[in-house]
Design a protein around this ligand. Structure first.
Ligand code: AHG
Ligand code: MN
Ligand code: MN
Length: 331
């Protein structure tokens, strides 16, 4: 049964929990199924984006000062509602909310914190290019205290992380620290079915993924690294692929290998991507698939968080590609 092509993600999560934590109550699986439920709703909205009048800007800016797309708002509300009803999520934190959201009913006893980027790559919505949802799940001791203490935990403490990519098909990829597993949404039955069991990133790839328009403002080591890959002296020919949705760029890197980079730039000296709901979950997945995730010098999962919306440089991908980058950045 385990290898049946018809295994749903809910079944997979439940079986994994039973195997690893035989005394678990099943409430963690119940939490994760809140995410699968929410992302099915978001997927259906994304699929209809060109049909219904939900395209374009909502006319508001989010806490980063970026224009919020209507689908950002819808995706955020959907996740808040689906997770806020689970009964074990005490705190939710989102790219679209300046402060963490406490679930009044569960703030005392809830054992989990969920942090998410409800719609990643949202500028790609208007042009019918892949977007995604990213999530990170942390544990907490029940009780009342400053919610920031529970939110600002290092990435290595994540209990689970994953993303959904709304691409030519909708796929959910997740880890609970026991490998990385991928599921494809069968729209005719509304279920995520196991399609990619135990994904391993190739140790080296032949693709680099970076916004090359920023190259002139990258630190020297990054420019040297990219020039090396282009030079033909890297032992293989590299191609460049950049979608501008982290989820989609990472998903390709996960399956095909290679390296994704968002280095420091002049505009974003500390990197552009967000630690808590972009870099940390992606780093957990990368490591679980045999890859590496760094901010150039440090393991992403060990960066001490200081604020919910903090940014970081992010380099993630195949072990050999990322190690070469780190070596050239250190020189
Ligand atoms: P979001 O839509 O959640 O704000 O994220 C956009 C991010 C990320 O998805 C992508 O990797 C990056 O922005 C692209 O940035 P540039 O346009 O600067 O290349
Ligand atoms: Mn994002
Ligand atoms: Mn977003």
């Amino acid at each position: 049964m385990h290898n049946s092509p018809l295994m749903t993600v809910e079944q997979h999560i439940l079986e994994e929990q039973r195997r690893r934590f035989p005394r678990a109550s099943g409430e963690f699986s119940w939490l994760l199924s809140g995410i699968t439920y929410a992302t099915k709703i978001i997927a259906s909205q994304v699929r209809r984006a060109g049909l219904v009048n939900i395209l374009g800007s909502a006319g508001q800016t989010n806490v980063q000062g970026e224009t919020q797309q209507k689908l950002d708002v819808i995706a955020n509300q959907t996740l808040l509602q689906c997770l806020g009803n689970r009964g074990n999520v005490a705190i939710m934190a989102s790219e679209e909310n300046e402060e963490p959201v406490m679930v009044p009913r569960d703030f005392e006893g809830g054992k989990h914190v969920v942090i998410f980027d409800p719609l990643d790559g949202s500028s790609n919505i208007d042009v019918n290019v892949s977007v995604g949802t990213i999530f990170s799940i942390l544990g907490r001791e029940p009780g009342q205290r400053d919610p920031m203490i529970d939110v600002l935990q290092s990435g290595y403490r994540q209990q689970a992380a994953g993303y959904v990519v709304y691409g030519s098909s909708t796929m959910l990829v997740y880890t609970t620290g026991n490998g990385v597993h991928g599921f494809t949404l069968d729209p005719s039955i509304g279920a995520y079915l196991l399609s990619h069991e135990n994904i391993q990133m190739p140790p080296r790839g032949n693709t680099y993924s970076v916004n090359e328009a920023n190259t002139d403002s990258f630190p020297h080591g990054y420019r040297r690294f990219l020039a090396h890959l282009r030079s033909g002296n890297a032992g293989r020919a590299y191609s460049s692929r950049y979608i501008g949705s982290l989820v989609a760029d990472f998903h390709r890197t996960l399956l095909k290998g290679g390296i994704f980079l968002y280095p420091p730039t002049k505009q974003y000296a500390g990197g552009k991507l967000r630690l808590m709901y972009e870099a940390n979950p992606i780093a957990f997945l990368a490591e679980q698939a045999g890859g590496v995730a760094t901010d150039g010098t440090r393991r992403v999962l060990e960066i001490p968080p200081t604020s919910l919306h903090q940014r970081t440089p992010l380099i993630a991908g195949s072990r050999e590609d990322v190690e070469l980058l780190m070596k050239m950045v250190a020189e």
